[in-house]
Design a protein around this ligand. Sequence first.
Ligand code: NAD
Length: 484
Amino acid sequence: MGSPGDASKMEFDTFHNVINNVLIDTPTCRNAINPSTEEPLPPVPLSTREHVDKAVAAAQAAYPAWRDLSYDDRAGYIHRFADAVEANLDGFRGLLAREAGKPVRVASAEIDFALMHLRGTAKLRLEEELIEDSDERTASVRYVPVGVGVGIVPWNFPILIGLGKLDTAILTGNTFIWKPSPYSPYTALKLGELAASVFPPGVVQVLSGDKGLGPLLTAHPGVGAISLTGSTDTGKKVMAACAGTLKRLTLELGGNDAGIVCEDVDIPKVAQKIGFYSFLHAGQVCMSIKRVYVHENIYPEFLAELVQVVKNLKVGDAGDAEALIGPVQNRMQFEKLQDLYSEIPKQGWKVALGGPPDSASKGKGYFLPPTIIDNPPDESRIVVEEPFGPIMPVLKWSGEEEVIRRVNNTDTGLGASVWSSDVERAKKIAKRLEAGSVWVNTHFELSPGVPFGGHKWSGIGMDWGHVGMKGWCNTQAVWVRKKL
Ligand code: NAD
């Protein structure tokens, strides 16, 4: 047990739960694995029901005073927190690279965006909306915080996804408990420690644990709202668990984003962007392009160009300053992907780049060769499933109706993009795609003010922006008769 030290001189070697602004150790610890080396990372707490109860009680106690602050006051705290993170940038960058297997350039980009997110969100406000104003009465709608919010975070963007839930939750007046993934708890615990030096006790807390921790939080009667980012299977379990206490729920789940490339594109330019957006962080991005549909007139040329682009994206470990593609983040994901790669010879998929890993040359780390599959059948696993790794199919299309039908023919609907020199045509196609974000001549474009989430089995509700803020609130209708 201890108190948070001087935020400007943070060390990045020891890790504690953060409960009520006190650093708490647990009787038993666990550790995660560095995916670049397969070596164990330092011990982290293994929270029990007792830690959950303490954190929820502290969050409930802190809630009324935090809720009663003005938006500007709460935003001021968020800005001071962002400053404290910025003062420790190098430490967070190195730690994120180690826990997530992110090459430093990719880790830096995540932290830069997360800081921009904190500061951008702090400028947002949910204003009361006046719906009716007559001589007799007014009717307005306002958004009031739920109380205690919990953010359940995956391992692919441990900082950005955590902070993107935290900022909207606390800005709207909730208190917040952060549950990182057991595969990547390190940066979250350190951010919690920093938060303890900025926020009043109980406003921001972080608990680390194993797979038993999430269900303790989703079942807890003292928690009012959950925002989960994770797989569709987990989303269904969390939704079922929240039913017992009717928690407010936002689900950001898996996707299988498609990119539609029209026949009129500048091939080298578009291949460059699509190669980058598909293989960044070894394809472990919810909104990576995971299926590329290329018009038949340019198919061979585009595929050849894409192969060249991806060949030139450097694969390397967390310490490699030039690498863009790191290892897969954990053994579970590595084994799932090895199974998918093993389908290549079994199904006779045509390989344009890469292929099954060569077991003879296997060194340390969960690395897999960047792989492009050339025009597999629509019903094949590589098209239907979300691989969440450095492997992707390229498919051929000939008619607009046909490609729209094929892109929409899936249970998921996170993002989708259309690439064309004719922007109006691309916009028309994009608006017919069943996805929470549609992009024209880009993919991946995000902003703290714009909501992000999925249709169909990619989620319910959205994080970020005003929509994300409303996810942490109850709606209240206010009726006022002007005279008694
Ligand atoms: P996951 O579903 O295994 O885990 C996500 C989080 O949920 C972790 O913190 C985990 O401990 C927790 N969890 C697991 N089971 C739980 C339960 N029963 N109750 C409560 N919590 C539970 O996902 P992952 O493997 O960490 O991440 C990869 C998945 O996340 C992919 O499918 C990816 O597409 C998706 N993802 C979605 C988005 C998005 O914004 N839509 C963003 C990133 C990742």
